[in-house]
Design a protein around this ligand. Structure first.
Ligand code: NA7
Length: 531
């Protein structure tokens, strides 16, 4: 066997897992498709990419030395700074010596005879390890829209998640952006600053809220450093690991004046407060949600001068917060600029991409650059793109297609021994690095336990997977977000078979998720068959 463990991916989860397994004295190889570390922050180099979580709540918490030496220069760090941070982490902990870059994993097959995984890379090479740890990320398999003629376009075109490493200039150019999710919104507000013209092709508007970013100077960073224990304690206690957590009050338990004042306050505060720190019932009570949506719609009408455009930007098919809320910096004001126009492609659908631009049912547009901000084959997509086979050659993709998505704690799948997933399906996402650190430490705990006892095989029992999956499905019941198509409900019509809603995320609280994981560990991992 080549290694004790193979980790797929050198993003935030893969990097930390490498470090933790080294501490166990294991031999580890990380295979990473990119030329550098950073995962999401390596690939998503599009203009305007940045955190929507407060920087100091997002970074790793495990090393005081790292916390003490790193200076986040903005409350919501821009992608280049985040990538610098992750490179700094890789250097500081000497991670690169165990990471093999430009090494895309194409297959991973389990062998019962050797209780190990055989991992194939794109170059055809094979590598074996006792344990396979997937650190592939929930939003990392980009998808292009299914529009005829895409290949025929003669100008420059980019998917936001595969942005070139060299700068792209928009100066004086005619630019199109397709897609208005969190990525599209960040891209649009940045590109609008320099493009000659910017045309936004919007299929579904999203409810966006102000980010209200600000710089952090040395003095403020020192104060933040002093508060780190308190910051991480808070993240540990909140529902989704953000600094924000639902207000215990119900929307209708306060007077209309109090409610309005609370929403005004949240709208004027940085970050996810208006989504994650709102009244406790805004995502479950239809009336509460409608009232909040009205409030935000009023804000959009105030900020966009042309009321016909404002109406197009106000979502009509879903309420506030039932899809991922993009945080924005003068996004709505962009549509007041003379060089920016909005095309509603529900009204006038795109017929095709032409050699010179985009043809809708209503007009033909010419562009120098087309930007696809069309998202990801979320949560299961990165797994589907690898030929993963467990016991008796069962393909993971087929198993999930036949039986529906089934996991135990989002970490293991029955029939796939010695495979552990980091922030896999059915885990708590939210402020993801917080979930990652917990996930990594939990998996490390299992491997530590096995090492101490000379065990070489771990597979979750089918009934454990069933119980966890039933629990995850029950939690999603009654959530307004489950009535809406989005990556969060497993929909991506650019991907074959992803046109039926599914419960791919764990929607309970992160503390409850951790409590269950702790219980399993304390009980000696009885839910796993260890041997
Ligand atoms: P999203 O949120 O999935 O957004 C993708 C956008 O692209 C969305 O506006 C889609 O419209 C649009 N889209 C997708 N396919 C098409 C086609 N075929 N034609 C026109 N428009 C299309 O991805 P993001 O990258 O913005 O964000 C993903 C997450 O990453 C984000 O939530 C963060 O947590 C990080 P639709 O809404 O489907 O009508």
């Amino acid at each position: 066997m080549n290694y004790d463990a193979i980790i797929v991916g050198a993003g935030i989860s893969g990097m930390y897992q490498l470090l933790k397994l080294r501490e166990l004295g294991m031999t580890v190889r990380v295979f990473e498709a990119g030329t550098g570390v950073g995962g999401t922050w390596y690939w998503n180099r599009y203009p305007g990419a940045r955190f929507d979580s407060e920087s100091y709540s997002y970074g790793y918490s495990f090393s005081k030395e790292l916390l003490d030496e790193w200076h986040w220069t903005e409350h919501f760090s821009p992608q280049p700074e985040t990538l610098r941070y992750l490179n700094h982490v890789a250097d500081k902990f000497d991670l690169r010596r165990d990471i093999q870059f430009k090494s895309k994993v194409t297959a991973a097959h389990y062998s019962e005879a050797t209780r190990s995984w055989d991992v194939t890379l794109e170059d055809g090479s094979h590598h074996t390890a006792r344990f396979l740890i997937t650190a592939v990320g929930p939003l990392s398999a980009p998808t292009m829209p299914k529009i005829p003629g895409i290949e025929s376009f003669g100008g420059e075109s980019y998917h936001t998640a595969r942005w070139p490493h060299e700068p792209v200039s928009f100066e004086g150019k005619r630019v199109a952006v397709i897609g208005t999710g969190a990525t599209g919104v960040q891209t649009i507000q940045e590109v609008a600053k320099t493009a000659g013209t910017l045309t936004v092709f919007q299929r579904t508007p999203n409810w966006c809220a102000p980010l209200l970013n600000a710089k952090i100077d040395e003095a403020e960073m020192s104060r933040i450093r002093a508060r780190y224990p308190e910051i991480f304690e808070r993240c540990e206690a909140t529902y989704a690991c953000f600094l924000h957590t639902p207000d215990p009050r119900g929307t209708f338990e306060v007077s209309p004046e109090e409610r309005e004042a609370f929403w005004e306050k949240l709208y004027a505060e940085p970050g996810f407060g208006i989504w994650q720190g709102n009244f406790r019932d805004i995502l479950t009570d239809r009336k509460a949600n409608a009232l909040l949506s009205d409030f935000v719609a009023r804000k959009i009408r105030q900020r966009v001068k042309n009321q016909a455009v404002a109406e197009k930007l106000i979502p009509k098919n879903h309420g506030f917060g039932t899809r991922r809320v993009p945080l924005e910096t003068k996004y709505y004001e962009v549509y007041n600029q003379p060089n920016v126009s909005l095309v509603d492609i529900k009204e006038t659908p795109i017929e095709r991409i032409t050699p010179t631009g985009i043809k809708t049912t209503n007009a033909e547009y010419e562009f120098d650059i087309i930007i696809y901000a069309t998202g990801f084959d979320a949560i299961t997509g990165s797994f589907d793109r690898i030929d993963i086979r467990g016991v008796d050659g069962l393909k993971l993709k087929d198993k999930w297609r036949q039986d529906g998505l089934q996991t135990f704690l989002g970490v293991q799948v029955a029939g796939f021994p010695n495979m552990f997933m980091l922030v896999g399906p059915h885990t708590a996402l939210g402020n993801i690095p917080r979930s990652i650190e917990y996930n990594v430490e939990w998996v490390t705990g299992v491997l530590h336990y096995m090492k101490d006892r000379g065990l070489t095989r771990a597979e979750c029992r089918p009934e454990s997977a069933k119980d966890w999956t039933d629990h995850v499905l029950a939690l999603a019941d009654g959530l307004l977000s489950m009535e809406i198509d989005s990556w969060m409900t497993g929909i991506n019509r650019n991907v074959e078979g992803k046109d039926v809603r599914s419960v791919a995320r764990y929607t309970g609280s992160a503390p409850a998720y951790r409590a269950r994981c702790e219980e399993v560990a304390a009980g000696g991992y009885r839910e796993l068959a260890l041997g």
